[in-house]
Design a protein around this ligand. Structure first.
Ligand SMILES: Nc1ncnc2c1ncn2[C@@H]1O[C@H](COP(=O)(O)OP(=O)(O)OP(=O)(O)O)[C@@H](O)[C@H]1O
Ligand SMILES: [Mg+2]
Length: 828
């Protein structure tokens, strides 16, 4: 049964401490992806399997098309690149530990074959295969970045002093946080561990950032160096700049930054893809990405600099997203030690705390890993809904974890049974974790599933380079921004206007056309298009300019868009003097029209009908009718859904938005499914229990040999899917023997047999229920991803009531009749 697309992450199997093994019958441990929006912490001693667990979790995200940014301070996470659908020895060979092969006395080929076989077997034991790996790689694109190095894809931080988006700038506290974060980490790069509030270096740099960012202007390091020498500020606080920080001293600071900029190592920071969160999370065509940011090669100051820059960018990115209740993306950090300490205040801490507090509303889940909970700030922990607790080194560590957990649990209003918890956490083996979730009544022990990725350990520089050939990302050109079929006109400025005074006699005379403008009915004002070029042979021709506002409203797809159209059409002598079907968009803004014509340019005669006021009312009505008949808004649509692009949305943004919407709906529907089945199952379960009791009673009466009967659902997935909270843990999953086996022995007594039959009837009903559930879940899961679909067009026709003629303007437009009878316009 396919649980892959139901928004649940397969992390492992419930673990039976008594049996000292994963309980296969108890099915899968599935975590609802949306619960990760309250973030997760993973604690355990070295070798306990934290990285393995989180690699598994990230693989599940990749399966579900949830993009992720993975910060990798230890070098283990690049292993996520090493997933091979064929599971062949050749695939594994470049990545094996050659020392281990030598120690084992094996050639690399033989050792690699052994590793490949081990992986295949490992996967098999956990119900996985190469096809699952292939699906993961199809859904999500993987990449390793190495900021400050060319081993992987380098990342440029040149653009990283970009002003934060308006959503951040308008929040003074957040802006301040970003400014001081960048200031402190910049200064630490040049070896100044500055107090952000007191040191003059940081006050100056922060003031400069503030000055430009507030205006939405970007900075880079070169510019910052200039600005330190010549700041645009005269005063800092109440002091003059030169008293506060004399020019000579500022020069010193500027020099230090300059040395940094000029150092050969730093130039690598300026190469590569820009550090842009959106690009890290999605390819150019909108496919989800898992971007691993490998920072193991950096020194401590550089790591801090990079991580805080990145986190601040994530905060900025997040604030620009719409709210959602489903998981949109993950931010994972493999070892949090030093970045989120309880007492000290490194620049990474503030943005991380902001993320833990706010990211939930935007569907961004933060997952942190540490060997020791002492490395985590308490305020951050309190915001964490999911805890994975693995094997711990010492009794003291254990008590610390339990204390932290107790605090977090109580903060979420749940009760905490410390003694029971302590029993569970004691003596855990590797790869066994206790999952404590605010969404579940009871904690669950589980063993982590085998990773699809080959856990080869930290990769060498050469291996990192080889990784890039492993998955070249397809670069497909993506289409232009989505535009409505009816383009809004852009006002174009008139060019080359050259009006020469010409005597009346030279043009108008003898042409038979009046020299003065024909009279218009009262209330109809005429305007004149500016003349372009020479005046010879010009005449003014009468036109009507219509301005109409069209509202395209479609409640079903949630489009409410209004558009102004300005079109013009000649007033002719024909049967239909004003024909809007012949109209053209007016590309010159009406502001450029003049109130008076050029003297000496004669006028084409007006049809009589243009002299009657009633005609204008009629033409207005014609214009509205024209708009109703011909104006349409055409927008891309995901077929079979009501997901339609917004009028100004480009295709990539639309596809990303559609994807998130689809995910939200799926999560809602899955939840509904879960609830409806949980109720029915609970009812059946109750009946079975009663019937079983009856069997037991009768059995006693019949003095038969005591036999154990229990319920077997075989519905291991169903039970995992419904979760502990939905169905009482006692019945589901504890299945031991089948009722049928027991029943045969009991058939001796007809009474027992009858009760037994009702157990079987219910049992069958349960089976049916399970099948129905699977069918429904299947239908839900088989929905297509909006990312892969060919979009169709959704056409919106305006309602009559939404069409409003704003104005009808009479305009004289200059032009000349050419020899072949065609018309050449002489205005822009
Ligand atoms: N899910 C898994 N599938 C396969 N092998 C695993 C899994 N989890 C752990 N292992 C094996 O156990 C070893 C240690 O696990 P892991 O690296 O996850 O520990 P850790 O808790 O992250 O340790 P550290 O704190 O030192 O980083 C791995 O190198 C791998 O060989
Ligand atoms: Mg690890």
């Amino acid at each position: 049964m396919d649980y892959e697309k139901l928004g649940v992450f397969y992390l492992g199997r419930p673990y039976d401490p008594a049996a000292n093994a994963a309980n296969e019958r108890a099915g899968y441990l599935l975590l609802k992806s949306k619960e990760l929006t309250t973030h997760a912490v993973c604690v355990g001693m070295t070798g306990s399997g934290k990285t393995g667990l989180c690699v598994g979790l990230l693989e599940e995200a990749a399966m579900d098309g949830v993009p992720a940014i993975v910060i990798d301070p230890k070098g283990d996470m690049a292993n996520l690149m090493l997933s091979f659908p064929d599971l062949s020895a050749e695939d594994f060979q470049p990545w094996i530990d050659t020392d281990a092969a030598r120690k084992a006395g094996q050639s690399p080929d033989v050792f690699a074959a052994g590793e490949a076989a081990k992986w295949e077997k490992g996967l098999q034991a956990w119900g996985q295969d190469g096809q699952r790996i292939a699906r993961m790689r199809q859904t999500t694109s993987f990449a390793v970045y190495t900021p400050g190095s060319t081993a992987g894809i380098p990342l440029s931080i040149l653009q990283s002093f970009q002003a934060p988006p308006a959503a951040v700038r308008q929040d003074p506290e957040l802006l301040q946080e970003q400014i001081s974060g960048l200031t402190v980490s910049l200064l630490s790069l040049i070896g100044i561990n500055a107090d952000p509030i007191r040191s003059r270096e940081s006050i100056l740099v922060a003031s400069l950032l503030q000055h430009y960012w507030q205006k939405g202007e970007d900075l880079d390091l070169a510019r910052l160096i200039q600005l330190i020498q010549n700041p645009p500020l005269q005063q800092i606080g109440v002091m003059s700049l030169d008293t506060f920080y004399p020019e000579k001293d500022r020069m010193d600071l500027a020099l230090r930054f300059n040395n940094l900029l000029a150092s050969p190592g730093f130039s690598i920071w300026l190469q590569g893809d820009p550090l842009d969160i959106d690009q890290l999370l999605y390819t150019a065509e909108g496919k989800p990405r898992l971007s691993i940011l490998s920072i193991a090669h950096l020194n401590e100051a550089e790591r801090m600099f990079f991580v805080s820059l990145l986190l601040n960018k994530v905060v900025s990115w997040m604030r620009g997203q719409s709210g959602t209740s489903s998981l949109r993306a993950l931010l994972y950090m493999d070892e949090i030690f030093g970045f989120f300490p309880p007492v000290a205040n490194p620049p990474s801490k503030a943005p991380l705390l902001t993320l833990l507090k706010q990211a939930r509303a935007y569907g961004l889940g933060v997952v942190l890993t540490t060997q020791n909970p002492v490395d985590l700030d308490y305020k951050g922990l309190a915001n964490t809904g999911i805890w994975f607790i693995g094997r711990l080194q010492t009794e003291r560590d254990k008590m610390r974890v339990l204390d932290g957990l107790e605090g977090a649990t109580q903060l979420h209003g749940n009760t905490f049974n410390k003694a029971a918890m302590e029993r569970l956490v004691s003596g855990l083996g590797n790869r066994v974790f206790l999952l404590h979730s605010v969404y579940q009544d009871e904690p669950v022990l589980f063993e982590t599933r085998w990773c699809m990725s080959y856990l080869a350990g930290p990769l060498t520089r050469v291996q990192l380079q080889q990784l890039q050939q492993l998955q070249p990302e397809p670069v497909r050109q993506i289409s232009e921004p989505v535009k409505a079929e009816t383009k809004p006109h852009e006002a174009v400025e008139p060019q080359n206007i050259e009006v020469k005074p010409v005597s009346t006699a030279s043009t108008g005379a003898g042409s038979g056309k009046p020299d003065t403008a024909p009279l218009l009915p009262q209330g109809v004002q005429a305007v004149y298009a500016p003349i372009r070029g020479r005046l010879e042979g010009l005449v003014y021709r009468p036109y009507l300019v219509g301005m109409v506002q069209i509202g395209y409203n479609d409640r079903k797809v949630g489009v409410y868009h209004s558009e102004d159209k300005v079109i013009y059409t000649p007033v002719t002598q024909g049967v239909f003097p004003v024909d809007w079907d012949q109209a053209q968009p007016l590309e010159l803004a009406l502001d450029y029209f003049e109130p008076e014509g050029s003297s000496g340019v004669p006028y084409v005669a007006l049809p009589d009908i243009a002299g009657k006021p009633a005609s204008y009312t009629l033409w207005k009505r014609d214009l509205a009718d024209w708009a109703y008949r011909t104006c349409r808004l055409t927008l891309p649509q995901v077929p079979g859904t009501d997901l339609v692009a917004k009028p100004d949305e480009d295709e990539r943004s639309f596809r990303l938005r559609a994807q998130q919407k689809t995910r939200e709906r799926r999560d809602q529907e899955t939840e509904k499914l879960r609830r409806s089945y949980a109720t029915r199952i609970r009812a059946l379960e109750e009946k079975i229990r009663k019937a079983e009791q009856a069997v037991e009673r009768k059995k006693e009466q019949a003095k038969q040999q005591k036999m154990q009967t229990a319920i077997s659902f075989g519905a291991t997935l169903l039970s995992a899917f419904l979760g502990k909270k939905a169905v009482s843990a006692s019945s589901l999953g504890k299945a031991t023997t089948t009722v049928r086996g027991a029943s045969r022995a009991l058939k001796d007594s007809s009474e027992v047999g009858r009760s037994q039959e009702s157990v079987e009837v219910y049992q069958a009903q349960l089976q049916e229920l399970e099948e129905a559930f699977e069918a429904e879940a299947e239908a839900l899961a088989s929905r297509l991803d909006p990312l892969d679909q060919v979009l169709t067009e959704h056409v919106i026709q305006p309602y009559k009531k939404d069409i409003q003629v704003r104005d009808l303007i009479f305009a004289w437009m200059p032009g000349r009749e050419l020899a072949d009878g065609s018309w050449e316009q002489a205005w822009n």
